[in-house]
Design a protein around this ligand. Structure first.
Ligand SMILES: [Zn+2]
Length: 377
């Protein structure tokens, strides 16, 4: 599996200025190339190369391999969207490097990297996990300048652990009240996150009203801060879910939401989730952490997971008196709606694996309220 390790470069002041100039020059070259590519109707790497390679090098003073990387970057940008429109590159957009213009210096925490002032030796700092990943670096790196820091994003090939044969399945539901609920009814509340979001939202409103230049700057910072907070939360949650499953030698079961966008059956709840980027990120983090640790991930049919009774199997719209509650009109079982959904997700994965357990037993096994007790709720 391919993963990206981020390492931080520590250039001295002079090197930093050179790196910045290099990055800006490369992006100016990409802008120029994109524009003539779009107007000539040539957007493929091969065509761009033949049309503009020599010109690109001469105009912007790039070495052969740097020019090749710029052409590749522009061709990649043309792969999405309208071919007739040009692409513009931020002056500090990430610049790809390969092993002809960049290398790790053996035995030193430093890299040798091409700049407009020739090759530079620049030290870096990274954590133990990254250092281990770097031994599997694949040769392609991206130079980035983010919030005043120089970073290298290094693509590494990481071994996946072979998936074990699970003896149990953990059903995971993503909700709105609770971000994560499993079939044992354990929740990771969204309260803390909502709190931070609300605070940040009101701060943004206030800044928008002000409209001054410094307010705009603060706004940009705030939006980055929120994204980082969400990302951090998703990392913590996904790690907890995967480690918990590993301890119990369980598979993790999630709703399969791929391709559902085209299906008419996607209900409002599923649509809202599909368009919620935070959940998309959380799902993919769970999937990749699980692959690293050999935890099997089962994707189950998402239809009616919120309407079906996890106890008797009855599917009815009226089983959901409100967004947060589930109460079966057939057998009377009541539970938080997302817990009921997590139980259904688990049950579907068990069935698909041929680990069939009668519904009632499944509930008792998974620590949910028993059939009788739940009537009292
Ligand atoms: Zn029921």
């Amino acid at each position: 599996m391919k993963l990206v390790a981020s390492i931080r470069l520590f250039p001295d002041a002079e090197q930093s200025a050179t790196l910045r100039e290099t990055l800006e020059r490369c992006n100016a070259a990409c802008d120029w190339l994109a524009e003539i590519g779009a107007s000539a109707g040539k957007t493929r790497q091969y065509d761009l190369h033949h049309m503009a390679y020599a010109d690109l090098r001469a105009r912007f003073g790039l070495t052969a391999q740097v020019a090749v990387r710029c052409i590749g970057k522009v061709a990649d940008a043309f792969k999405v969207g309208d071919k007739d429109e040009t692409r513009t590159f931020h002056r500090h957009a990430a610049q790809p490097y390969d092993d002809r213009i960049f290398r790790f210096l053996p035995g030193q925490d430093a890299v040798s990297i091409w700049t407009l002032a020739g090759r530079q030796r620049i030290p870096f700092v990274c954590g133990d996990r990254q250092r281990e990943m770097l031994t599997r670096a694949k040769g392609q790196v991206d130079l980035m300048f983010v919030r005043g820091k120089w970073l290298l994003a290094v693509t590494c090939d990481v071994d996946e652990a072979p998936a074990y044969v699970p003896i149990n399945v953990r059903g995971i539901d993503f909700g709105v009240v609770n971000i994560v609920v499993d079939d044992l009814g354990r929740t990771q509340s969204g309260a803390q996150i909502d709190d931070v979001r609300r605070r940040q939202h009101s701060r943004r409103r206030a800044l928008q009203k002000l409209g001054t230049r410094s307010a705009k700057r603060a706004l940009r910072r705030a939006s980055g801060k929120q994204a980082r907070f969400q990302r951090h939360t998703n990392h913590v949650l996904s790690k907890a879910i995967v480690l918990d499953a590993e301890r119990g030698r369980s598979a993790v079961a999630l709703e399969n939401l791929e391709g559902i966008r085209d299906r008419v059956q996607a209900n409002r709840r599923q649509r809202r989730r599909l368009h919620n980027w935070g959940f998309h990120e959380l799902r993919s983090l769970i999937e990749y952490k699980a692959r690293l640790r050999g935890v099997p991930v089962d994707l189950v049919d998402p239809r009616n997971t919120s309407r079906q009774c996890s106890c008797c199997g009855l599917i009815d719209k009226r089983n959901r008196p409100s967004r947060d509650e589930f109460k079966c009109i057939g057998c009377g079982v009541a539970a938080p709606a997302d817990h009921n959904a997590a139980l259904n997700i688990r049950q579907r994965a068990l069935t698909a694996r041929g680990m069939v357990v009668p519904p009632q037993v499944a509930i008792r096994l998974s620590g949910c309220v028993s059939h009788k007790e739940s009537r009292l709720l």
